[in-house]
Design a binder for this molecule. Sequence first.
Ligand code: AMP
Ligand code: MG
Length: 416
Amino acid sequence: MTDGAGHHHHHSTPGELTSVESHLADILGSIRPLPPTQLAIPEAEGCVLAEDITASRPLPPFDNSAMDGYALISADVTEASKDTPVMLRVSGEVAAGDTGAYAVTPGSCLRITTGAKLPGGADAVVPVEDTDGGLAQVAIRIPAAPGDSVRYSGGDARQGEVLLPAGTRLGPMQIAVLAASGRARAEVYPRPRVVVLSTGNELTAPGTPLAPGKIWDSNSYTLTAAAHEAGCLAYRHGPIPDDPMEMLPAIEDQLLRADLIVTSGGVSMGGEHDVVKETLSRLGTVRFRKVALQPGMPQGFGTIGEDETPIFTLPGNPVSAYVSFQLFVRPALAALQGASDLSLARVQATLSEAVRSPSGRRSYLRGVLDGSKVTPLSGQGSHQIAHLGRANALVIVPEWETRLPAGDTVDVLVLP
Ligand code: AMP
Ligand code: MG
């Protein structure tokens, strides 16, 4: 196969590597949405609706005034103008929230405020600006037609109309609709509870001094933040040492509160220090494989415990852990939430510099996307986080490419 730029495509990947797509498909095959639950508005905020929200009443629920002014009979003021105002008797006032029965008769009107129920007999409101503002009687300076400055019942939504379909995430605007339609609670997918654990003897808590040979733990913070950003309740567990006796109990302790577990580190290709892989392999429910991916080749996924809680074991290099999260964990978190709004936007852009990629693996290079141009960051090593703070996108280099020249068009994932 040849694309427009003349590159040859070989879609197969070397036998021992699993493609990004099939690894993700295996993951999604074992993720079910969390059971929906009724939550009050404050708790439902940020969650995805599991039901359609319909208007239980017409919106607005009654005919009301759109302006502060005078509710009147439009036929009384058809001849009104600035030079020849029509005088009407003001028989009282109706304010927003008044529940009394008000009515106007020919030749009279009522002062009215925005949102007040339109009095019986009235069919229009003239704004106070177009009058002399009189209290006992008022000079009306413009003509009115039926419906002027009136907000009719059902004019916004009919009773029974779907206002928010299931699958909608409840942000501030959707919360507005929910409350305005009289709902105090809604059936939503709860925020998944994600437990993040980092592993490694070398890890030291940020804020404490570094002994020689140690580094500060960044992954547990990164992944917790990423899970939170993806709509989850994220719990961070500090570093676990590379000790099989500590690893499994520490993970099992989290099963009570976790809907999904993410670990980092300890899954490289072999060696007694890859304690996550060693420990979880023995359970037989977590599968470790090499994915045709750069960074992030060693991946583990499976379920553990009675509830078959999904667990991701991500590689330890900080960039690998982050990229793996966005490619594999994020879609799983979306599936738990019944959400369709978490996929990363994919756009095309022009490379401003040449890039390299290992043969047979798909690269996701950190880059800065600026309009239709993308600039790869210098320092693409999986451990290189120095420039990570500037990245807003991942440049995709297909498996069958080892080098792309500047000026090529590439697919780019926009980072959240
Ligand atoms: P591992 O996957 O455990 O072999 O770790 C690969 C590399 O990532 C090593 O250089 C680790 O020191 C580093 N690393 C592992 N976990 C973390 C972490 N939580 N924060 C920062 N770097 C880490
Ligand atoms: Mg390690």
